[in-house]
Design a protein around this ligand. Structure first.
Ligand SMILES: *C/C=C(C)/C=C/C=C(C)/C=C/C1=C(C)CCCC1(C)C
Length: 237
């Protein structure tokens, strides 16, 4: 019974708690704001809200798992990522489509392929189904495919022709994928590759990364949508 509730000494547990609440609040925000922007931008904000909704529900489970077990909720975490990372990839496509500069299906498939390689090998490494270091480098290849596609591939080129507000949001979003996402491999290396397994460090770093990469990413899209809608009118008269 003493392990049913979050203890004030459980710092990692507190970060699970904070992120679960932040995801829920962000969901309400994105869905509410989505109803205020122009039609073309609603789907982008709906998807941003779905990302934080899916994560919020998973964080609720992950927090409980951590509080009771004090170990990494690997399965919940990877199921969450498997749903939310493809949704984040779709956002690149949606913001281009909203201004009529759609990218091809090939581009989206390469983003999806990179995502699957990155997450499948990450999971195999963390679940000890594969050598931790080999799995890490194979996962890095998947991430590299994504980076190449959004910086050098046809998605990157389409963004350049899409007008300045979209191009600058696209640029910010791909910097999040380059810099914000780099927090995850840092957590993996710290957690698994520095001699022994450090579950506390691993989960604290992943929790911070999810906060930045789901909520900040959504806020960039929200900012673009509001700007392209000519501001948002919150009064209903
Ligand atoms: C909302 C969740 C997101 C944006 C999750 C992103 C996860 C990653 C960028 C994971 C990356 C990893 C590698 C690049 C190498 C292998 C280990 C991983 C899976 C942690």
């Amino acid at each position: 019974m003493d392990k049913m509730f979050l203890l004030s000494s459980d710092y990692v547990g507190v970060t699970f708690w904070l992120v679960s609440i932040a995801m829920m609040a962000a969901t309400v925000f994105f869905l509410y704001e989505g109803a205020q922007v122009k039609k073309e931008w609603r789907l982008s904000l709906l998807v941003a809200g779905l990302v934080t909704l899916v994560a919020g529900v998973h964080y609720d489970y992950m927090r409980d798992f951590w509080v009771v077990e004090q170990t990494t909720p690997i399965v919940y975490r990877y199921i969450d990522w498997l749903i939310t990372v493809p949704l984040l990839m779709i956002e690149f496509y949606l913001i281009l489509r909203a201004v009529g500069a759609a990218i091809g299906v090939g581009s989206f498939l390469r983003l999806l392929l990179g995502t699957l390689v990155m997450l499948i090998f990450g999971f195999l490494g963390e679940a000890e189904l594969m050598n931790v270091t080999v799995a890490f480098w194979l996962g890095m290849v998947g991430w590299a495919v994504i980076i190449f596609e959004i910086f050098g591939g046809s998605a990157g080129k389409a963004a350049k022709t899409a007008g300045s507000a979209v191009a600058s949001a696209f640029n910010f979003m791909r910097l999040i994928v380059l810099i914000g996402w780099a927090i995850y491999p840092v957590g993996y290396v710290w957690g698994y590759m520095m001699g022994g397994v450090d579950e506390g460090a691993l989960n604290m770093v992943y929790n911070l990364a999810d906060f930045v990469n789901k909520i900040l990413f959504g806020l960039v899209i929200w900012h673009l949508a509001v700007k392209e809608s000519g501001g948002v009118n919150h009064s209903h008269d």
